[in-house]
Design a protein around this ligand. Sequence first.
Ligand SMILES: [Zn+2]
Length: 371
Amino acid sequence: MHLLLRLTALLCVFLLTPAVHAAGLKVSLTERSRWPTRLDSPEAFDLASRAELAVFVEAMAEADARDDAPGDAASVARWKEGMREVLVENFARARETCADGALLCEGPVPASWEALVVASKEALGTLPAELAPWYAEQKGFHQGYVYELVRLAGLFPQVTSEILPLDPSERFGLELPDRSFLLTFDDGPTPKGGGTDKLTTQLRAEGIHAAFFVLGNSHEARRKETSVKRLRALYAGMCVGSHGQEHRSHATWAGALPGMQTFHARLAESLPEGQETLKLFRPPYGQRNAEVLQALARMGMRNMLWNIDSQDWHASNSGTKAAGRVLSLMLVWRRGIILFHDIHPKATEALPRIWRETRGSGVRWVDCREQ
Ligand SMILES: [Zn+2]
């Protein structure tokens, strides 16, 4: 009987854990260590981008052929349609710097998903031998990544997430220009001397203005530990957005809206210099509903999600793997909003590697104050 009770309790915990970010879920990781060159010019970025896109396209076409996507079929179909358009457009962009004889530049630029699938398959079938280890590493990564996305799309009607929009006003990153990326950090601030301090120092040294989506309770704790003046200095040069009072699903938590205006007014008292109002909101787990979006619109705020997830919170991830995953996804998406967490130490290791790898590539780190 005791065992049965314990099993039931375990099952309840599992079912109550937000399904999309269930702790036991495997995430797809790569060190992306086998690619032979740095991304130190626009041409080098585009060549690597064509290669990553071809592998992603191959993995997605294989998933299509299996036709075993979990969850809501209409939602998966809606996501696939949008994703195919993005991939065709991105591959055409990555072809713009093609010179004579460059890899993955053969034939006309594929103008449809079907043509892109054929072109990717042909190109990957004739890869030079020195790229075989890279292909083996990235194939497994993209197969896993496609599964992550398809799964989120299938779950979307039930729990919502960053995979699809609920409203056209929401930002995901695809509205940014080619090669432009915005860095964002969730779940902070940490206590004094923690990840938030380290990251904001690193970002200022690099001249990057990133957005930090703070939790009301953690922000209040840090305010009590230090002061309003010190909070302003902590986020100097950055943007502060709201991640909710508590880390709970804003699709289902009845307490999400009642106190929001008061806690946002409290946050607004300690914004860094140069930021006049609290403009950006990001719901925990990306989970929200129409009511939350309407309330944000009334407050003059915008919902900002992401398209590139570092998965840095996951126990199996590391600084090197988070960098490898983010770099791979930057090459597939070619622009976007990148999600890290300042409460986990991995971003402090991953970011210098990403910056080093993309120096000279034409990648632009978007200023959060322009958003
Ligand atoms: Zn969060």
